[in-house]
Design a protein around this ligand. Sequence first.
Ligand code: FAD
Length: 411
Amino acid sequence: MGNIVIVGSGHAGYQLAAALRHAGNDDAVFLVGDEPHLPYQRPPLSKDYLKTAMKPEDLRFWSEEQFAEKAIKRIAGVAVTAIDRAAGAVSLSNGHRLGFDRLVLATGTRNRVLPVPGGDRAGIYSLRTVDDAERIRAALENATSAVVIGGGFIGLEIAATIAERGVPVTVVEAAGRVMGRVVGEAVSRHHERVLGALGVGFRFHAKVAGILGPESLGSTGRVEAVLLGDGERLEADIVIVGIGVLPNQELAVASDLAAGDGILVDAGLATADPRIFAIGDVARHPSLYASAPVRIESVQNATDQARLVAARLAGKPAGAYGAVPWFWSHQGSLKLQIAGLGHEADETVLRGRPEDGAFSAFRFRAGRLVAVESVDRPTDHMAARRLLAGGTMLTPGQAADESFDLKALAM
Ligand code: FAD
């Protein structure tokens, strides 16, 4: 029996611990996490959690008793501060050391901070943890105007929630459209139209010059407005910053493991040190669905990578990581589902019409399907996942033709 140490008790860390036991592994498993909570799900934090009276315990994967039953030793509220590869041990922030035979880095990401004057005023929030969500929900109770900086998934989910409460909200985006890094233009424009009708305002190609408060208090008072680069002043008593994340890769870098926007792993999710793996948001891995290694921030990726490493550590045949990437985002009434990776697409066709409220954008690279972005078309999404998994040929013409039976092709 050996020691498996998992660093990070988020989605990937929890899934790995659970999957190890499911796969029949009986090593000693230590799940070390710097958050004080039992492992919990993040997706509801920017969705139902802000709208309802959900409690932290509603988000938990397992209770304390379930971890004990599976003999998984949780070390909570404690960070791993260093990896000693020569000794096969990690140092903990509580002063202890923990030996490992296998080490899995599941440290996730942290939110980027906005480097502008007034960026740390009271009333400015960002969302990653359940504690962040608690603070934002409380602040929204009394908010009368809001600005969301960043038009990515999380920013838009929060903006939709704020607009649904009847509070004026503006999204400030540096690029020319929302979610521009991950979806095609058709889906961006549709979301802008629907969210606009809900009451969300947008400023594109916009730079934040500073966050303003009462002048008499210098840079220490509570937020009153967001100042844009062109001089526009957007009144706000709450500001949410959602400008992307940075991978928590410092432990790997400090122990001479390669990293560059994510810890670099091979197709079996191992680093150059065969005892050390990285999974989830922090891992940059080769993908069948992209021409260069990718780092993917999704529940699917965290779960499937955890299962693959669990199988390897349980001595089961695991092969290379090849799961089809998929993702969802709920913004107001909009239900977006994405299969595949569209960032390298060079051609897009639509199936269905945005003006009918439900459509899919089929995205191709050099004539091959690489991603499908579906708005309220769950059957397209399910078919797309199967088509991508099977490498099934689909032409842009077939994708755009509503009479063509996608489901039958995907079977
Ligand atoms: P995390 O869940 O972030 O867990 C990493 C953990 O490691 C954290 O608890 C961190 O504090 C801890 N840690 C870091 N460094 C150390 C250290 N040195 N020592 C100990 N602990 C450490 N995905 C979807 O697919 N659909 C969605 O709709 C969706 N919505 C989301 C909404 C929000 C608000 C957020 C924040 C994320 C959302 N995601 C969504 C993304 C999804 O939650 C992540 O992809 C997933 O949580 C990644 O799991 P992870 O374990 O890699 O990272």
